[in-house]
Design a protein around this ligand. Structure first.
Ligand SMILES: [Zn+2]
Length: 253
């Protein structure tokens, strides 16, 4: 039993415990090339958040991890069989209700740890925060926390070398042989600006990719995954500790 995981905790402990920070992991259920499972983002986000929370807890931080929300925004993948979608407005409703629960119980800090590129919680948290001015709402994307160039030869953003390495480290039993993986080749937009960070349009996934992956996964190893896992969990743990310790009236240097 891990005391920092709400789902494994009991009323007798929870009632008497002092929590400073709630953490909500949020993933997705979607196709991940041929070799990774649909739950990849959830397995990754669970494993990273649980380990980071363990490190923070051992540091004396009163952190509690809420159950992972396993479905994300996948509006551009609706023609890919059994890829599931929650609209941003549904995510807003979920965050509004969970924030209200935390607010009722006097836990005034929430960190949403995002593990899926289609999820974007910033605008939602701005709006939810207006209704709960005593709450401090924070989000982070774990996949942006660590520089991937140093560890991985081939870059991508979906079922790529990083994600495959991570899964080979945390759930190798769910990864099919890399000989079965597609190349992860993807097609860029024909309008150059849309391939730059300053302009954006949603990608139609089945037109932009051949095997649903973006990024060649075939140089992935469990060892690369272990190094990345350790680097990212250390960063998230630091963030958890600092969020928990920081006085909300003393947020600016
Ligand atoms: Zn993924």
């Amino acid at each position: 039993m891990r005391p920092y995981i709400l789902a494994e905790s009991h009323w007798s402990e929870v009632r008497d415990r002092d929590y400073q920070l709630a953490v909500l992991p949020w993933g997705a259920t979607e196709a991940h090339n041929y070799h990774l499972p649909y739950g990849t983002d959830n397995y990754e986000t669970d494993a990273l958040v649980h380990e980071a929370a363990r490190l923070a807890w051992e540091n004396g931080t009163g952190v509690v991890v809420l159950p992972t929300i396993p479905v994300g925004v996948n509006t551009g993948q609706q023609d890919i069989k059994l890829t599931l979608n929650l609209n941003p407005s549904t995510q807003h409703a979920i965050l509004e209700d969970l924030t209200e629960s935390l607010d009722n119980h006097g836990i005034d800090k929430l960190l949403v740890v995002n593990g899926h590129g289609g999820n974007d919680f910033k605008q939602i948290l701005r709006e939810v925060g207006r209704n709960f001015p005593s709450m401090w709402l924070v989000t982070c994307n774990w996949f942006q926390a660590e520089d991937k160039d140093a560890l991985f030869e081939n870059q991508g953003d979906h079922a790529d070398e990083m994600e495959t390495s991570l899964m080979l480290h945390i759930r190798p039993d769910l990864v099919l042989p890399l000989s079965e993986a597609g190349s992860g080749a993807s097609r860029k937009f024909s309008i150059p600006a849309l391939n730059e960070p300053w302009a954006w349009a949603e990608r139609n996934w089945s037109r932009a990719t051949a095997d649903t992956g973006v990024g060649d996964p075939r140089k992935a190893t469990a060892e690369k995954g272990r190094k990345y896992f350790e680097a990212v969990t250390a960063l998230i743990a630091d963030l958890m500790v600092e969020l928990a310790l920081t006085d909300m009236d003393d947020l600016y240097e």
